[in-house]
Design a protein. Sequence first.
Length: 414
Amino acid sequence: MTVTERGAAGRRPYLSVRGGEWGFSVIGLPLALLGGGYALAVVYAGGLLSLTVLGLPFVVVALLGARGAGALHRRLVGRLLGERVEAPAGLPRPAGLIARGRVVLTDPVAWRTLLYLVLRLPLGVLGFVAAVVLPLGCGWLIGFPLWIRLLEPDSRPDGRLTAASVVLGLVVLFAVPGAIRALSAANRGLARLLLGPARAQQRVRELESARATLLAENTDQLRRLERDLHDGTQARLVALAITLSLADDALAPDAEPNTGRLRALVERARGQTDDTIAELRRLTRGIHPVALDGGLGEALPTLTATSPVPVTVRLDLRERPDPGVERALYFCAAELLTNVAKHSGAHAAELTASATDARVRLTVRDDGRGGAALGAGTGLTGLAERLAAVDGVLRIDSPPGGPTVITAELPTRL
């Protein structure tokens, strides 16, 4: 399941640097030196020992050690840089030392971790330079006139050289926060790329999670449908059967004809029949909205017409998605419009739907108070999980004060 959030919280002044970023640049140098040295030593020693019987056992142990180093770096990146990198799946444990060794040697996570340790070495050096060496150099440049007077009290330093030194020191000082932030972003990206699960493993996890979500949702729907049929429709049918039984008794040959009572029973049976039909229509509408029979182009305008907040609809549906995708987008639009009416305080909203390049995109924008986020009680978490079940993604852009823009994107074909 993929969800992205962007808002005002992510915008920082240029000169601001989080303490974790500075700490990562300082603490990361010795770890980068150790990790880079370890990776290079593994490659070098593994190459030399590959011609001997010790080669493969050495590489197996070294790769296991690389996995441990990767776990350490994931924790460091998560704690200091705020980048949560999902841990890869554990190694399978087949029977036999040879089989286990083969699993380790073909483990993509360990090899990618070795590559991370090699690439982390220059980034660690650059980070230390940006966090420590450059500020010290700035202090030396800005204080250059003072150092000259302390070292040579009788000399008169060149004014142009002094001014250039101070200006250069200020320029470098101004560049330090940007350099630290850029290197921190590079470290985050490198950790996401190489320390997390391999792409195939990540895809398998996403599909397993989506399948579990879809099965749970379908199970809940079936239980709810069974409960509604048992407590609602079945009870109405039992009442209708009783009414018809009373009418049958009133028509018995040995009974006195009572036209008024018989008419009342028939009217009651007719009303119960109408209620049962209405109940069945409500249940079937929850399974598949009737409005979707004509596609999203007809269903979405009908849906927005019932919204208490005025909604402008813009549609560009050049191709009709699969029924499962249409259903997911319809309920997504219904959920988002409900959130706009209940939580945003908006005066107007806009719904845009387009289908191009084998992707269908639904965007709901409102001029409300903003602040929408996952887990904020607006049902967005459940909505994101339902979209993930059909390989969809939910993007949220809702800074405090608004506007809120929420986009759902899915493939047109499953």
